[in-house]
Design a binder for this molecule. Structure first.
Ligand code: AMP
Length: 217
């Protein structure tokens, strides 16, 4: 039997922005992933299938070989740690920034801030690199609420327009990292399925370059 290629994607922004790039690379789902409840979607190419997983699970699926390729935000990859993964391509989609935010002026005043975030690993590293102590409070959503109700002094969250922060009386205080979605590849599959993976990676790279050229013009 021939080899198959499994690509892990998550619904929402990443799926929306990745499908046109995959289409340029000659891969199209056989049915609309947004309308479908199926978690495994065949494509127009018999040897390629898509699997739909939670965004934070994409690195886990790919690292353990449950998928050969995946698309994940750099935030998710930094939080996961990236063991077992190659990251050959910045797809330049789902762009935003990972930021520290709080009430104006908060960062400078506090010696040991309480920081609410779903990115506890990234935040721990960030404050440790600055030689600052922080008490990390893990949340799964609505981080902006934490300073309002006194649960935390600061938050670490993704910021795009800044509207969510502003609407809650918070402001960005520092950027931890610029974020965009990346193509990730299982390290073993990169060798064992090179014949299948290399053309897809190359075609996606060309699609990204083509898109960027046409947006500059
Ligand atoms: P904004 O109000 O435009 O700054 O967007 C901030 C909200 O959208 C936060 O709740 C973020 O978690 C979420 N967000 C913004 N950009 C992204 C992204 N690229 N990927 C995932 N979530 C995002």
């Amino acid at each position: 039997m021939g080899q198959t290629l499994t690509i892990a994607l998550s619904k929402g922004r990443i799926l929306e922005d990745t499908l046109p790039l995959l289409a340029s690379a000659g891969i199209e789902p056989a049915e609309d992933p947004d309308a479908s409840r199926r978690l495994v979607l065949p494509t127009n190419r018999a040897e390629v299938q898509l699997v739909i997983v939670r965004a934070t699970d994409v690195p886990t699926y790919v690292a353990h070989g449950g998928a050969d390729l995946g698309v994940a935000g750099k935030d998710t990859l930094l939080e996961h740690g990236g063991a077992g993964l190659y990251e050959p391509l910045d797809l330049g989609i789902a762009r935003c920034r990972l930021m520290v935010a709080g009430y104006p002026g908060t960062t400078e005043r506090l010696r040991r801030p309480r920081v609410a975030t779903k990115f506890v690993n990234i935040s721990r590293r960030y404050f440790a690199e600055q030689g600052r102590q922080a008490e990390l409070i893990k949340l799964y959503g609505s981080m902006e609420l934490a300073p309002i109700v006194g649960l935390a002094d600061l938050i670490v969250d993704l910021v795009d327009t800044g509207n969510t922060l502003r609407a809650n009386g918070l402001e960005p205080l520092a950027t931890i990292a610029p974020i965009s979605a990346r193509l990730v590849v299982n390290r073993a599959a990169m060798k064992m399925k090179h014949r299948l993976i290399e053309p897809v990676t190359r075609a996606l790279g060309e699609a990204v370059n083509e898109r960027d050229r046409s947006t500059v013009e």
